[in-house]
Design a protein around this ligand. Structure first.
Ligand code: ATP
Length: 148
């Protein structure tokens, strides 16, 4: 089966570099599905989840924004921040969601609001990506015990 190279980089590190079967990314105008041999493309990204299919497995990542380029069967994502699902500290992301929600509720100016909304979307994307990984592993909460 045809594959394409996917590289996700931030200013700090290479987050992901693999040959993959398919990619779904949060384009600025909506979800973007990319298959091997896609036409050249350059677009901005919004905060959200990246889904990567590789060897029959779905992998999830969170991205806070940046740019996606497709050229010569290679997809490059230059991300502001990006984390693979297994790297995400879900408690930290949930705390960031709560902080941003509080700042939105108690906002004092438009500037605060815009920053808080972006912070909320970033942290929500992290929570979603981390939860998907947990549920895929069947690692959810144990069912309630039956009374004996
Ligand atoms: P927080 O308020 O929890 O610090 P933040 O949204 O302000 O979150 P960013 O400024 O977007 O954090 O990211 C700073 C660095 O921390 C980046 O390298 C990012 O990849 C990493 N990071 C942020 N949140 C998490 C998380 N929940 N788990 C793992 N890494 C994270």
């Amino acid at each position: 089966m045809a594959t394409m190279r996917l590289e996700i980089v931030t200013a700090e590190r290479m987050v992901y570099s693999e040959d993959v079967d398919m990619l779904v990314a949060p384009g600025i105008d909506g979800q973007l599905g990319i298959l091997p041999n896609h036409a050249p493309l350059l677009t901005a990204l919004q905060p959200g989840e990246i889904r990567v299919d590789k060897d029959g497995e779905e992998n999830y990542m969170a991205v806070s924004g940046g740019f996606l380029e497709v050229l010569a069967n290679r997809v490059t994502i230059l991300a502001d921040t990006a984390e693979r699902a297994e790297e995400i500290d879900i408690e930290r992301a949930e705390a960031a969601v709560r902080r941003a929600e509080e700042r939105i509720a108690n906002r004092t100016s438009d500037m605060d609001l815009q920053r808080a909304v972006f912070s909320l979307r970033r942290s929500q994307a992290r929570v979603l990506a981390a939860r998907r990984r947990r549920s895929r592993r069947g690692d959810t909460m144990a069912p309630p015990r039956q009374p004996s």
